[in-house]
Every structure is written in C-alpha cells, then in structure tokens.
Design a protein around this ligand. Structure first.
Ligand code: B3K
Ligand code: ZN
Length: 869
C-alpha cells in the first residue's frame, strides 16, 4: 500500500464552500469507452472561497471549462480535481471518459449482462464525473443518454422523460429531467434491452403514476409479484404515513450483477434480480416475502432518504434505520406481525449482537469511517430500526406520526441529521428524549439483569433491574440508557394481573434509566409469572432466572404471540447452554421430558397460528447460540443442537407426522395462510427427515412438490439430515435449473452449509459448476458466504483450511470487487471469540491479507481494526 487510507470523523463535518444547484449530464455510451459531459451551475457558499476540490476516481479527464473558457487552474490528484482561482458563481463544464466494461467493482457505471447500469451510493458518482460527491449538495439533474438503438432500446434516468430522438448512425437519445433537487448518490442511469411490465397507480389525490418494471428478456412471467408489492407499498404509505408519491413515473430495473439488495435512486430504482423475480416454480415463500419487503423499503426511501436526505454519511441511520422500521411495519400490517417481529428479532439477537462484540462495533451513528461502504451494517440498519421502534413504543403511534409530520415540515428538500429527527419527535410529543439520544452515540449490547421479589404479606412485587453495557472495541466507557422495558404479570390460572402502583394502573412499558432501579407493584395477590421484554421492547439481552415451569407456562398463557415464542426460545436456550457445558465436561446430553412436552403442547395447539408454531419449533441457529458464550465451541454447539433436534424428532414423531400430513395443500396459492401452512409442514419435514422414514419421505416430498418452497425444503431436509438420497435430489435439481443462476443460488447455499465431512472440498469443487462465477456477488454469497458464515463446524476446522480458503478468495476479490470482499471477511474478524489455536490460525490469515500491497480501503479498514490490540 503506497498511501495509508485516511479516516473521516463525524465531529469534523463542515458545510461545503461551494455548492452545485444544477447539473446537466450528457452520456455517450460506446463499447470501448463512454463519454460524459457534465455542465454544473456552481455557487459560492462561503465569502472569499476561490478554490474547490471535486471528488473523482478512475476517470480519464478530457477538458475543464469555466464560464465557457478552458480553465487552466486545476490539478488532478489520485482522489479528484482541485480547481483554483474561481469566481463566486460560474458554469463548470467537465468532460471525462470512463470504461464501463472494465468496471468489475459494480460501483459507478458498469455493465451487467450487456446492460449499462449505475450504483452511486455511497460514493460511486465520483466514478462517473468529477463532482462534489457528498449528500449535502443537492442539485437538479437533467440527463441525456445516447447509445446504439438496437442494443440499448431503453435509455433510462431519474425523473420524467422530456425528449427523444434518432441519429442517422443507428444511435438514439433520450433526455430526462428530474424536478427534485437531489444528492449525487441518488443519480441513476440504465441502458439496455429488457422486457417491460407496465401498470399504473392512482394516488389518493387522483394523480396517475406510470409503474414500469424492466427485467431480462424472457422474465416477464416473474415480475408480477414485484408489481403487486409496489402498488401495495404506495397504498400503505398513504394510509399509514400519509405520504404520497411525487413523480409521474416510478421505474424498477432488475439486474443480475449487484453488490447488495437494491437502490432507491429517485424514480429509477435498480434492484438485484433476487428481489424482483419470482414465480411459483422459481421462488420460495421467503423469496416472495423478501421481494415485498425490499420493494417496500426502496419505495419508502422516496420520503425517508430522498425528499429528506442525510447531511453526511455518519447520519446514514437517519434514512436506513427509519426506512427499515417502515418496511418492517409494512410487512407486519400486510402479513403476520408476530412472525415478522420474530424474524427481525432473530437478526438483531444473532448477527447484530455479534457485530457489537466484533472489532467493527460502532454506534448506529458512527464516529469514524475510512470506507463508507463498510458501514451499511446490521447496526446502522437493524439496530437503527430498533431505536426508531423504541421511540415509537415510548411515544405511541399518534405522537410518532405527529413527529414524522413535523420532521417533513421542517426538513423536506434538505439534508438532515439524526438529531433533527429526534428533535422533531420530541417537539411534536412533548417527550424528553435527552437520555434516549445516547442510543445514537453509544455502541454495544446492553445487558439487563432482573430479579423479582414477591412479598405475600404486603402483596407487592418488586422488580430490580440492573443495566450494564460491556465495553466494545470502539468505546470503553458506557452510560446507562433509557430502556423501554415491556412486562406483564400472570396469575397461576393465566389471568393477567394489572400493573398498579399506589393502587393506580400503570403502563406496561417501564422506563429503565438507572444502572440499578427497583419497580414496586402493589395489589399483587399471588407470586406471578412475569413476561419480560415483550415484543423485544429494546435491543438488549435479558438475564432472569426463569424456571422451566414458568417458561412452559408462558408458552401457553402469555397473551402475545411473540412472548410465547420467546418463552420457548428461552427454554431451549437454558437447556442448550447446560448441555454445551455437559459436552465440554465429557458428560452425556440430557433433554428432559417436561421440556419436550412443552413443545408437544405447541404442536397440538388448535388456537395458535400455524406460522407461529413453525417459528416456535425452529431452533436458534448455531451462530446465535455461539453468541451466548465467551469462547465459542463450534463442535459442542453443533453436537448439542443436533442432539436436541433429534430428541424432539423422536419424541414428537407422531405429532409431527400427523401435522405433516394434515397440512398438505393440493393447490398452490401465495396467501399468508397457505405460506404459514407450508412453513409448518416443511419444519415438520426437517424433523421427520431424521427418522427411519427420512429418505422415503423426503424423496416423496421432492417428487410431488408443485412449487419451489417445497422443492427447496426437500433439498434442505436431505442436506441437514445427511440422507443417502441427498446427492440424487441435488443432482436432479441442478440438471433442471443449471441455466438459471438465481434459482441455483438455493442449491449453492445448501452446498455451502452442508454438514457432511469434506464440506470444504465440496465447496471448492462446486466453484467449477457451470452456474458458478466469482464475478457474480449472489453466487459468491450463496456458496462461499454461506460456507464461512453458516457452516461453523467446517469453516472452523482445526487445521485452519477454512480460513486459508477464505483468504485465498479474498485476495482475488480484493482486486475485482472489494465491496463484496469486505462483507465476506467478517467471520475472520471475529477471531477473538474462539480458542487460542483457532485464534492464531485466523489471525495469521488476517496478517497475510494485511501485507497485500494493493489492499483496498474496504479490507484495510476492517483488517486494521481487527489486528489492533
Ligand atoms: N441505500 C442502498 C444501499 C446502498 C449501499 C451502498 N454500499 C439500499 C437501501 O438501503 O435501500
Ligand atoms: Zn435503505
């Protein structure tokens, strides 16, 4: 590395000396190189300023003009263009050449299967032209695109199509005008040949909006669900948030080569095809729900992100945390609130909590960044959403919506900060969020330790709550937070005991604000069972000495579905932890009959929603379990989890089998009810696959499946149960689908998490499969990402071969696509969580990577943090 990458700090924010109010872009797309002419209107913001620095990366500069005259006062650096001796207001014209075909980074302008597309967030626009590539510079964009008409019949950009024409040489052009000022990261251009699904939406004020979804040729029959999801999103945002769409057209383009899920460019979203394409043959129910969520997420950004954007990238959670909260509410309003909450909580408790314990720990509003792309994290997104959710819990829906209104009144059309959002919430509701603000600046996972004391003379219940946040890699000292702690008390007969203080009913959401605090409730006539942290009311861990009986009681009597699921998880957690200790001490695994009975009760319940039963029966992942220990013993965890699964399978075989058969649906529909039934039936299949009839049952399931959910469930059951028919069903699937990378991702994923001996060699072998390519981020994540993240026993094999394999891959990706490399490296960063032998093997690979002389900023930042003492 020639020059060490420099960090930026939140505290150093400074408004720009000049701003750009208008930019006219003119693209001439050619096979060998593309020409970009950018004409900007620049105005001074700070009196006396006469120089400015424009960001630029991998550009070939052709000319610079100021007010129509060639401008000699510039200097090119590796990071951009320094212009000097500038007047206070001027027109700037810059011509650059870029090579889209050579762009493997998938950032800036690149080719995806013959179509040009762009990705500019966070700092990709600087790979298109020299610019003030920062989110607080808001300009009105016009875009002219010229390209060969036969190869690129569709030429798309943000805003409205305002002109088009043909040229004599077979080329054509289209002109776009976006009436809303925006930062450069929301710019988009797409040029290609697609199939187009068109529809329209009438907004509640009566405007017609044209809806257009562009997909690869031949995929029109997979775009319908995305369109329905888009219309549902538009309607939901009007109904729940009072927000209406603001342009006459909304376009979505699906591409196969994309570094993440999707991108909310104004009026022209670019999506990973994974989050657009679906039909019953190719997509699972999870895919359908994922598409609904991501289409919603990007649409909701139109207000939370685009109309009000971020002042600087440290404020990313302003748009991401809020928009995740909105998409979670959308999915919950349309589907099962409990199942959505469970799945969101699994992500926070699993990988987000793990991030807090890693060298990359950061608050939802980071303080220091080297490569911004490294901060599109679970902390900024998922914990960010939990922080918004806590405000929603504390203020209530009505006040929260008042806060949203005020936020838009104050900040529409501007670049705002997280503080602006909290202030709007506070001012609209008269709440005091002073202490709550710490959630934005303090990193780490708070631990709540609760003890209860029932006084049968005074009929009082005292709850003592201690909060403690362990130090994190980025921050030693921690302060007490305001934690909304939602509880409910139950009598032995299942009745709810009202929470009272001094005889007056009090809210279920306790405000925990001190390091230690005691809450006393009166008129409690019997020692109650306490449901705590209901709905996961704060992103914290909970320690409370529950008895098995109390947890089994809550699984039946808790009034809310989430709490019932959570009681089941706590019951499992108790026994998993105890058994890991037993295995480590060389003792045998014990899983008591009473615990099995609690799960039998759930399977037999006639009142519980089937989708919820499926969730209750799903064991926590090995990674989540790993998070409960200081030193992660991957082998013991795997052994215990497998043994418990087998115990449940054996003891509950009759109940599982009866449910499996009764849940069979003749016809395939995608309603929430039928998704729930398939989900439980396939969970039953996963257990039954471990029994004597496993092979026969899974083969029959595979043969008779009339949709991808069931097909994929058969493959998964065969894989996890290591059935002898596994190779046969996997081969049949590959024969049928090897032409379709997106479908094959389900297959690569199962190769990645294959528990059998020789898993790593198998993963290496599958890299030569005709459908695999390291150039495609989806394939890479499915096979290699899943192996390294979701196959802990084999990734962490004691010889260190898994670690070496990952760093060999990272060496390749460091050059071709550092953004993907930087996501893939995460399991290696966590080396301190393992035993000392594994630690040194993992560290050695990080040290090997650190020595690369062309190490990208992305990897540099993470490796350096991990290796810091
Ligand atoms: N805003 C984009 C993510 C951009 C990631 C840049 N590395 C998608 C989203 O969150 O909606
Ligand atoms: Zn987003």
């Amino acid at each position: 590395m020639t020059q060490q990458p420099q960090a930026k700090y939140r505290k150093d924010y400074k408004a720009p000396d000049f701003t750009i109010t208008h930019i006219d872009l003119d693209f001439d797309l050619q096979a060998s190189m593309s020409r970009v002419i950018a004409k900007s209107r620049v105005t001074q913001q700070v009196t006396g300023a006469d120089s400015m620095f424009l960001d630029g990366d991998a550009l070939s500069l052709q000319r610079v003009e100021v007010n129509g005259q060639p401008w000699p006062h510039y200097e090119e650096t590796s990071e951009g263009l320094h212009l000097s001796q500038l007047p206070s207001e001027f027109d700037l014209e810059i011509e650059t050449h870029i090579d889209a075909a050579a762009n493997t980074l998938l950032e800036g302008l690149y080719l995806s299967d013959g179509a040009y597309c762009t990705q500019c967030e966070a700092e990709g626009f600087r790979r298109i032209t020299y610019y003030l590539d920062r989110p607080d510079v808001l300009a009105k964009f016009t875009t002219k695109i010229t390209a060969d008409k036969a190869a690129f019949p569709f030429l798309l950009s943000n805003g409205n199509n305002v002109g088009a024409g043909e040229l004599s040489d077979g080329r054509h052009w289209v002109q776009w005008d976006d009436p809303y000022a925006k930062p450069s990261y929301l710019f988009a251009l797409v040029a290609g040949d697609f199939d187009l699904l068109s529809d329209k939406f009438k907004t509640r004020s009566g405007r017609d909006v044209a809806l257009e979804i562009f997909v690869d040729k031949g995929n029109l029959n997979r775009a319908e669900h995305a369109m329905t999801s888009l219309k549902n999103s538009m309607k939901w945002d009007e109904d729940r948030f009072d927000l209406e769409y603001d342009l006459d057209i909304y376009m979505i383009v699906a591409v196969d080569f994309f570094n993440m899920g999707a991108m909310e460019n104004k009026g022209l979203n670019v999506f990973n095809s994974k989050y657009v394409l679906a039909n019953s043959d190719t997509a699972t129910d999870t895919d359908y729900l994922g598409i609904e969520a991501v289409i919603g997420h990007e649409y909701f950004h139109n207000w939370t992100g685009n109309r009000v954007t971020c002042r600087d990238w440290f404020q990313l959670s302003l748009k991401e945390g809020l928009t995740v909260f909105r998409d979670q509410e959308f999915s919950s309003d349309l589907g099962s609130r409990a199942v959505n909450r469970i799945n969101n909580v699994r992500i926070v408790r699993g990988p987000q909590f793990a991030e807090d314990r890693s060298p990359m720990a950061h608050p939802i509003r980071p303080e220091k960044v080297i490569e911004m792309n490294n901060f599109y994290t679970l902390t900024v997104y998922e914990k960010g959403s939990e922080v918004i959710r806590m405000m929603h819990t504390l203020l209530g829906e009505e006040n929260f919506q008042r806060g949203m209104k005020l936020y838009f009144e104050r900040h529409d059309g501007t670049a705002a900060t997280c503080e602006d959002f909290v202030k709007a919430m506070e001012d609209a509701s008269d709440a005091d969020l002073a202490q709550f603000r710490l959630w934005y600046s303090q990193s780490g996972t708070p631990e709540l330790t609760v003890t209860s004391d029932f006084d049968d003379k005074a009929n009082t219940l005292s709850l003592t709550v201690k909060q403690y946040t362990p130090s994190t890699a980025d921050q030693k000292e921690k302060l007490p937070l305001l934690i909304p702690f939602d509880i409910e008390l139950y009598a032995a007969n299942g009745d709810v005991i009202e929470l009272q203080r001094n005889g007056v009913a009090v809210d279920n959401v306790l405000r925990v604000t001190e390091a230690e605090q005691t809450f006393v409730f009166d008129n409690v006539e019997e020692n109650p069972v306490i449901s705590m942290l209901r709905e996961f009311s704060a992103p914290v861990t909970l320690n409370y000495e529950y008895s098995d009986e109390d947890l089994a009681f809550l699984m039946v009597h808790a009034r809310n579905e989430f709490a019932r699921w959570d009681a089941g998880q706590m019951l499992l957690a108790k026994h998993i932890k105890a058994n890991v200790a037993r295995v480590q001490a060389g003792e045998t695994i014990i899983f008591p009959e009473e615990v099995v009975d609690a799960f039998r009760g759930v399977l037999l319940s006639e009142e519980l929603d089937v989708a919820l039963i499926a969730e209750v029966m799903t064991l926590p992942s090995e990674n989540e379990i790993g998070g409960w220990f200081d030193v992660v013993d991957v082998d013991a965890i795997h052994q215990v989890r497998d043994a418990i699964k087998l115990s449940l399978s054996t003891a509950l075989a009759d109940e599982l089998s009866a449910l499996y058969h009764s849940l069979n649906q003749r016809t395939y529909t995608i309603t929430h009810e039928s998704i729930g039934k398939r989900s439980l039936r396939n969970v039953c299949l996963g257990y039954l696959a471990l029994g004597e009839q496993g092979n026969a049952l899974v083969s029959a399931h595979f043969e008779t499946a009339n949709n991808m959910t069931d097909t994929a469930a058969a493959l998964a059951a065969a894989t996890h149960a290591e059935l002898t028919n596994r190779d046969a069903v996997m081969a049949a699937f590959s024969d049928k689908w090897q032409h379709d990378g997106l479908v094959m991702d389900k297959w690569f994923l199962l190769q990645g998490c294959n528990p059998s001996v020789g898993a790593l060699d198998n993963v290496k072998a599958q890299m030569s499969h005709p459908a695999f390519s390291l150039k495609n981020p989806n394939r890479t994540r499915s096979l290699i990402g899943v192996f390294c993240n979701n196959n802990p026993v084999h990734f962490h094999e004691k010889d260190g071969a898994g670690y070496k394999f990952l760093s060999d891959i990272l060496i390749q990706l460091n050059e071709s696509n550092p953004q993907v490399a930087s996501r893939l490296i995460d399991p290696l960063l966590k080396f301190k969580r393992f035993d000392s032998d594994r630690q040194s093997l993992m560290r050695a690979q990080l040290e090997r990577l650190a020595l690369l002389d062309n190490l990208a900023k992305d990897l540099y930042e993470k490796i350096n943090k991990a290796l810091e003492v």
